[in-house]
Design a protein. Structure first.
Length: 95
């Protein structure tokens, strides 16, 4: 089993909710999804993982911005859209 972050269940759930919110925001703003579609996409990208799941939380190794850009524009999005390599100020303001 891989090493897991030393976090409480509440911290994991909070991180999951935060990343879902950010992913959904990007999917609406850049992907053109409705709020409902964006929430569904975020839940699919960030499913709840049981406490004993191997590699629980591995999805957090990259931030929601990158996962959403990969979903919207595909692998190599940074070549076609270099302006999207770094998260926007609006995205950063979500925190």
């Amino acid at each position: 089993m891989a090493d897991r972050p030393d976090w409480s269940e509440d911290e994991y759930v909070q991180c999951l909710q935060d990343e879902r919110r950010r992913f959904a925001w990007v999917m609406q703003r850049y992907g053109g999804l409705s709020a409902t579609q964006a929430r569904v996409a975020a839940t699919q990208r960030y499913p709840f993982e049981a406490d004993d799941a191997p590699y629980r939380g591995l999805v957090f190794h990259d931030e929601a911005w990158r996962w959403a850009m990969l979903k919207i524009y595909g692998e190599g999005y940074w070549i076609q859209h270099p302006e999207l390599v770094e998260p926007s100020a609006e995205y950063r303001a979500l925190d």
